[in-house]
Design a protein around this ligand. Structure first.
Ligand code: SF4
Ligand code: SF4
Length: 84
């Protein structure tokens, strides 16, 4: 399981989550519209969720219905097969 970044991060990208992640598994390039969590490296610690000012981060199983497509977006950013 992993945490997932969803739509609210788009164009915000303030990187508060990056600063608190103990395994440095949140990435995004300058040209990307948002940041993404690497599901293979995320240890499910939950530290990033309260750090996000726009509540863009959710445990994978709690991603709101309207943003479920972002589960695949995070996995595919790292070339991983999405479970959903
Ligand atoms: S849940 Fe923990 S390990 Fe996973 S992305 Fe967030 S801070 Fe990093
Ligand atoms: S803290 Fe939230 S808005 Fe900021 S980069 Fe991380 S996911 Fe995006």
């Amino acid at each position: 399981m992993s945490y997932i970044i969803a739509e609210p991060c788009v164009d915000v990208k303030d990187k508060s989550c990056v600063e608190v992640c103990p395994v440095d598994c949140i990435h995004g390039k300058d040209e990307d519209k948002m940041l993404y969590i690497n599901p293979e490296e995320c240890i499910d610690c939950g530290a990033c969720e309260p750090a996000c000012p726009v509540q863009a981060i959710f445990p994978q199983e709690e991603v709101p219905e309207k943003w479920k497509s972002f589960i695949a977006v995070n996995y595919e950013y790292y070339g991983q097969k999405s479970p959903a």
